[in-house]
Design a protein around this ligand. Sequence first.
Ligand SMILES: [Zn+2]
Length: 150
Amino acid sequence: MNCELCGLSDTKFYTTELEGATMVLCQTCSKYGRVIGEVKDEKKSNFSKSMTISTVIERELKPGYQKLISDALTAENTSIDELAQRIKVSPQELRKIINGKLMPQESIAEKLEKALKISLFENVVTSYKNGGEENHLSFSDVVNLKHKNK
Ligand SMILES: [Zn+2]
């Protein structure tokens, strides 16, 4: 970039209004007119690439949900068979769920929540950092990546 008036380069430049024209002038020449603003040399400007953080919120069964169910059964003084009837699943299936041998389907877990007035789900927040090349981020930089056995 050169000053449009004296041709000087390698200095700070200002957008200057001079006699009705807008010109890019060096600091010295800009004094002849009215400075509008400083001109930023694009090559020198150091924009850091913006980093994207995407967040995924997933609903998952709480760890130890089996105990939550059996505790609630005890608190409500309800048997597995009674509860199974109320939520319309087989007592065998419900026993497997409580014993941790069977992962309840979402719909069944929701029925259990309602029947026992408990909360079986929790929101798991997973954040992925996704940066530009300059940040040298790779897939291994994924934060809080949960291993799922699904
Ligand atoms: Zn100049």
